[in-house]
Design a protein around this ligand. Structure first.
Ligand SMILES: Cc1cc2nc3c(=O)[nH]c(=O)nc-3n(C[C@H](O)[C@H](O)[C@H](O)COP(=O)(O)OP(=O)(O)OC[C@H]3O[C@@H](n4cnc5c(N)ncnc54)[C@H](O)[C@@H]3O)c2cc1C
Length: 205
């Protein structure tokens, strides 16, 4: 697959996260919660990375969140410096996240992206759903107001900072046991997802 896009803008959302807006080919559709393999047209295909659509199919553009990686080698540095007019290429479409029924959606860091897509596309579903989001610090939180309006309940927990407005610490079995655990979906790093799925197994089996 080779779908050409042009960068319209890339602007900071906070200190480490950038909003990349691109053109959208006529008739292009995707499943909310899904991702694409995105690269620069003039870079090697191996430098393409997975990014999750956070725009809706009704928007006339595509939008992605790009989290800057601390590694100086990371291709995320190319994405966050993207200039209007630069050519990008979607090299594949994929995903396991899909909004089906209300549930409990559990994210860490940039793993919020598919659930933000749900909020924007299926507000009737997120209005009956709980969002549990783990981040390092309060400064890492993005789109908080939008998320609080979109979900029935939003619980944010910070692992590296105490803050009066948020919970503190990692997600525990005790915290999960207070939530409705039907249709749980998890999105985050491999380590985060594995740890949460293990806790969910303990609680539901
Ligand atoms: C389905 C999906 C959706 C995603 N959506 C988003 C999104 O919306 N926004 C976003 O910012 N990111 C998203 N990501 C993450 C993104 O695709 C990149 O992985 C991320 O930006 C890091 O890219 P990178 O080039 O720095 O590291 P990558 O090369 O992708 O590597 C990822 C991690 O693996 C480590 N690694 C790489 N190679 C090796 C190796 N040989 N041995 C050991 N460790 C290695 C790196 O240190 C790094 O920590 C998504 C990922 C997936 C799978």
């Amino acid at each position: 697959m080779n779908i050409s896009l042009s960068v319209l803008a890339c602007t900071p959302v906070n200190q480490n996260t950038f909003l990349l807006i691109t053109t959208k080919p006529r008739g292009f559709l995707f499943i909310p919660g899904h991702s694409c393999l995105l690269g620069f047209s003039d870079h090697e295909p191996t430098k393409a990375r997975a990014f999750t659509f956070i725009s809706t199919n009704q928007d006339e553009y595509l939008a992605f969140l790009i989290k800057r990686s601390p590694s100086s080698e990371s291709v995320t540095h190319d994405f966050i410096r993207a200039q209007p007019g630069q050519e990008l290429c979607i090299r594949g479409l994929f995903g396991t996240h899909r909004a089906t029924t209300p549930g409990t959606f559990i994210a860490s860091g940039i793993g919020i992206a598919p659930f933000l897509a749900y909020a924007r596309t299926h507000p009737e579903l997120t209005k009956q759903s709980t969002l549990l989001w783990s981040l390092k610090k309060a400064e890492d939180i993005i789109y908080e107001q939008e998320l609080r309006q979109a979900f029935k309940e939003v619980i944010i927990t910070l692992t590296q900072e105490r803050h009066p407005a948020y919970k503190q610490g990692r997600i525990t079995k005790e915290l999960l046991s207070t939530l409705p655990l039907t249709n749980t979906q998890v999105c985050g790093s491999y380590e985060f997802s594995t740890a949460i799925k293990e806790l969910l197994m303990l609680l539901t089996h």
